[in-house]
Design a protein around this ligand. Sequence first.
Ligand SMILES: *Cc1c(COP(=O)(O)O)cnc(C)c1O
Length: 296
Amino acid sequence: MFEHLPKAPLQPLHLPWLASAGVQAAVLRLDLIDPLISGNKWFKLRYHLLQADQTGAPGLISLGGNHSNHLHALAAAGKRFGFATVGLLRGHPQETPTVRDLQALGMTLHWLGYGGYRARHQEGFWQPWQARYPGWHCIPEGGSGVEGARGCSLIVEQARAQVSALGWSGYDAWWLAAGTGTTLAGLVLAEAGARTVHGALAVPMDHGVPDYVAELAGNQGYRLHDACRGGFARFDEQLLAFIAQSEQHSGVPLEALYTGKALLALHDQVEAGLFAAGTRLIFLHTGGLQGRRGYL
Ligand SMILES: *Cc1c(COP(=O)(O)O)cnc(C)c1O
């Protein structure tokens, strides 16, 4: 069932630039927890699924774009655990590999256009949908919010249980990609100041993520780094070459929206001397590989 999250393996991460800086790293592979419900999204959905189950909701509704990892995980979880699902999509009807999966997984899709999608933060946005789908459980865009962060706190337990198997006596910091910052907030809550959580922002710094993380997790225990390279979902040659090379060296697959940008930002900070030799880092692989079919 959905309350038992599958275990993500913690593996040594070997890259030449880490070795030359004397930084030890391991990667927590959330991309491997499930073939369909991938990455941080299952953790973000966990408490929503529990709530929907407890309230007897007939289904789940959420929003996203046409490559959305969140909607993909939601559609797969709905199919697996017996909830109907509705996806409210940005823009006009389009065929992408993700959209085809959503349909195949039984999700009902409504295309909101661009203006309609922008209205998602306005008061009353959910009203007509709640009238149309009475009793359904509504999940904010990207699975953000307190429930999402609480679910992500469980990621830290999974890593701690495996650290000694790496031959480490402990670890010093986390590094992960951040979009809404919900996953980051979950780690900050679980670490409670014991270790710094570094968030590599895949969206521009002024996107409201810092405020949102502070709201959920307070003002301490984390640092944010600009990793967006000109905007969300913008790719450049240097990024794509870095991803190809890193995959070759480490054997860990990456995508270009989040995990590739996060690793490149880590590379830049390691080169700039942010971490002393001997530092032990956990890089959180947040998954998202399904989205790669759209562009890599
Ligand atoms: C959704 C997603 C993120 C962003 O997670 P937030 O909790 O919104 O910060 C990071 N990486 C991948 C691969 C994702 O799909």
